[in-house]
Design a protein around this ligand. Structure first.
Ligand SMILES: [Zn+2]
Length: 237
């Protein structure tokens, strides 16, 4: 159940930010964490922020992989980070693309970045205060999704970052831009320097946790099962 006091969070894009961008990643064995990601996530945790992943996965709409593959990759990320004693359990994904070929995913979706639907869903699910939160991504669409709900944002120059650097720089003000950083950990450090409102206490969290993948369609993968459960009764999607 949500607590009365919402917490600040870091919303993180996945491909090209936390893991190497290889284009439509769908297999656990292809997951490679980028340098210092575990260390940066620990800094976020110690600063009292929640953390979750916000990812467009249009490969589903384009017929490159099935919905379950999103969760398989997320499980692998969870496991790799757990080896470094870092817990990243909450993933929010939109499989839609308007030019997709696979129904029902070949349509516009209010959850696909630059739309902020996934951030709103995460904020509601995890009791997050959007105005105190940050969004880090390698595309301008990540930053637009964050800025429109009042988050401050950072661009990393990993993944597709270099292709977006100029446009992001030109729109820094409207994007609530904190920094353009060469690495994820540098982006996190720059954000945390501004985070005067962050709680000094560690975030409350369960001792035992397993990864969860929420999707815009109202299905959710929980734990190690690749059988989705419907959350539509709960969320009314
Ligand atoms: Zn969607």
């Amino acid at each position: 159940m949500p607590t009365p006091n919402p917490k600040p969070a870091f919303f993180l894009d996945r491909d090209g930010v936390l893991i190497e961008e290889i284009g439509y990643i769908s297999q656990a064995e292809d997951v490679v964490l980028l340098p210092d990601v575990a260390r940066a996530l620990r800094m976020i945790d110690e600063a009292g922020f929640r953390c979750c992943v916000i990812t467009n996965q249009a490969g589903v709409a384009r017929g490159k992989f099935h919905l379950e593959a999103i969760h398989e990759v997320n499980l692998k990320i969870f496991d790799l980070l757990a080896q470094d004693d870092v817990m990243l359990r909450d993933f929010f994904a939109c499989p839609h693309h308007p030019q997709g070929t696979v129904a029902p995913w070949n349509s516009q979706c209010a959850f696909r970045k630059p739309n902020p639907g996934l951030l709103d869903m995460a904020a509601s699910e995890l009791n997050i205060s959007l105005a105190e939160s940050f969004m880090i991504g390698d595309k301008i669409s990540d930053l637009q999704a964050g800025a429109v709900v009042g988050c401050r944002t950072a661009l990393v120059l990993t993944g597709h970052g270099p292709d977006h650097e100029r446009t992001v720089r030109e729109n820094a003000e409207s994007l609530n831009l904190v920094t353009i950083a060469t690495s994820f950990i540098a982006a996190v450090e720059a954000c945390l320097e501004l985070a005067t409102t962050a709680s000094a206490s560690l975030q409350d969290r369960p001792d035992i946790a397993s990864p969860r993948t929420f999707t815009c369609s109202g299905v959710c993968f929980d734990g190690r099962s690749l059988v989705p459960r419907s959350t539509s009764d709960k969320r009314g999607l």
